[in-house]
Design a protein around this ligand. Structure first.
Ligand SMILES: [Zn+2]
Length: 422
């Protein structure tokens, strides 16, 4: 039986720049889990629905998720097949690769690493060590960190001032340009702080690693790292978000992400320039102005609505006195506010009849409100007769309120005819 390399001394950790590798399958097991039924874990282990397998190789260049760094992506080439690997996890000291195709033990395979993704992770991870090292010099410890898909952050016990953020950013970029070597040391186990290790890590058999950035920093870490700070290219510190009391998450971008972000923000700015017909410096003023204009026009719209509601309520009352039913349809979407004003004005007495209010058009649908005598029964009739096909809602007695999921062509008119025959 083959035995595999332990996490801590995997090929990806010994040489983080390997992007292809030849190895052998040690074991392959179907992924099983205990399904939860009615809140209780079942005692029967079943295979997962996606028929996945976990493969252990003699050694691997695919990094298993750990130390804040997400797992790699890669490809296994075996017997003419290309088998993608999108997740690798550490179980005690073993790296398990999740695949959809089973592999026989002793099979010789070729591994290919998604290098672009990995190099990005190396830039973010080594960069995080650097940001934390500079923060340590200011006696701001890093409590945790997260490598995000777009941005990463370090969680620190207090919010930094704007000047401090700029100073940390300057100092980090200064270290990058100095080109300090990043090296991995496997020290005497007794010298490593045990509190930095995961609880399930086998300290006897496991290999502990300390990552050094020149003489600036030494940190126990299982991740894959760059060889030199120059490969970080640049660090950009972004915003902070308050979390858990006084703690703060300081967001950052490193390496190629800085350029990608600049490009993305420039595209966004250019699009805003075109949409708002203004220069970049004017965007904020323009939006403030538009926002204020919108508030003013909404205020004015509400005043007009109130006046129209009062007039229309009078008309509806006259019509109700004659034929006991009235239908009001408005194609605009925002009519619920208007309908509420109308209902407040109407204050229907029992026996005065029924009013059907509808609004909206097409696929976006709208609202349907029925008020007055037997409102709930009238709504049920509308639904049962299939006058409005996609109708949801509820209510009892004198008020029924519903949502028309979509108006089909001609439905508002059919509804009008239906109400006139009630
Ligand atoms: Zn680390």
């Amino acid at each position: 039986m083959l035995t595999s390399a332990v996490v801590g001394a995997l090929a990806c950790q010994v040489d983080s720049y390997l992007d292809t590798f030849e190895t052998v399958v040690v074991s392959c097991k179907p992924v099983e889990f205990l399904p939860v039924k009615n809140g209780k874990k079942s005692k029967v282990i079943v295979p997962t629905e996606d028929a996945a397998y976990e493969v252990e190789f003699k050694d691997t260049i695919l990094f298993p998720e750990g130390g804040g760094q997400p797992s790699d992506h890669g490809m296994i080439l075996a017997g003419g097949k290309e088998i993608p690997v999108l997740a690798i996890r550490r179980e005690s000291l073993t790296a398990l690769h999740k695949v959809q195709t089973p592999l026989e033990p002793d099979t010789k395979v070729k591994m290919e690493l998604d290098w672009k993704r990995r190099f990005d992770h190396m830039q973010q991870h080594s960069g995080q060590h650097l940001v934390s090292a500079i923060l340590d010099q200011m006696e701001v410890p890093t409590l945790s960190w997260s490598l995000g898909e777009k941005m990463s952050y370090v969680e620190i016990p207090r919010k930094l001032t704007e000047e401090e953020v700029l100073s940390v950013e300057d100092r980090c970029n200064n270290v990058i340009s100095q080109g300090l070597d990043i090296t991995v040391e496997v020290p005497d186990k007794d010298l490593v702080k045990k509190d930095k290790l995961p609880d399930d890590y086998d300290q006897e058999r496991g290999i502990l690693r300390v990552v050094h950035i020149g003489d600036l920093d030494a940190n126990p870490c299982c991740g894959t790292h760059l060889k030199n700070t120059k490969e970080m290219n640049a660090i950009s510190l972004l915003h902070q978000v308050g979390i858990r009391g006084a703690n703060s998450r300081l967001y950052f971008l490193i390496g190629d992400r800085v350029r990608a972000y600049a490009r993305e923000m420039n595209t966004l700015t250019r699009s805003l320039n075109a949409k708002l017909s203004c220069q970049t410096e004017e965007i904020e003023t323009k939006i403030t102005k538009l926002d204020s204009q919108m508030r003013d026009s909404y205020k004015s719209e509400k005043q007009w609505m109130a006046e129209v509601a009062s007039l229309e309520a009078a008309r509806i009352k006259t019509e109700l006195a004659e034929c006991k039913k009235v239908y009001v349809y408005r194609p605009e979407q925002s009519t619920l506010v208007y309908f509420n004003m109308l209902m407040a004005e109407l204050k229907l007495e029992p026996g005065s009849g029924v009013v059907v209010l509808a609004c909206g058009t097409g696929k976006t649908g709208g609202a349907l409100v029925v008020i007055g005598d037997n409102a709930d029964k009238v709504a049920a009739e509308i639904r049962d007769a299939g006058v409005v096909k996609e109708l949801k809602g509820g209510g009892k007695g004198v008020k029924w309120q519903g949502k028309v999921m979509a108006w089909e062509k001609g439905e508002p008119e059919t509804l009008s005819a239906f109400v006139s025959k009630l």
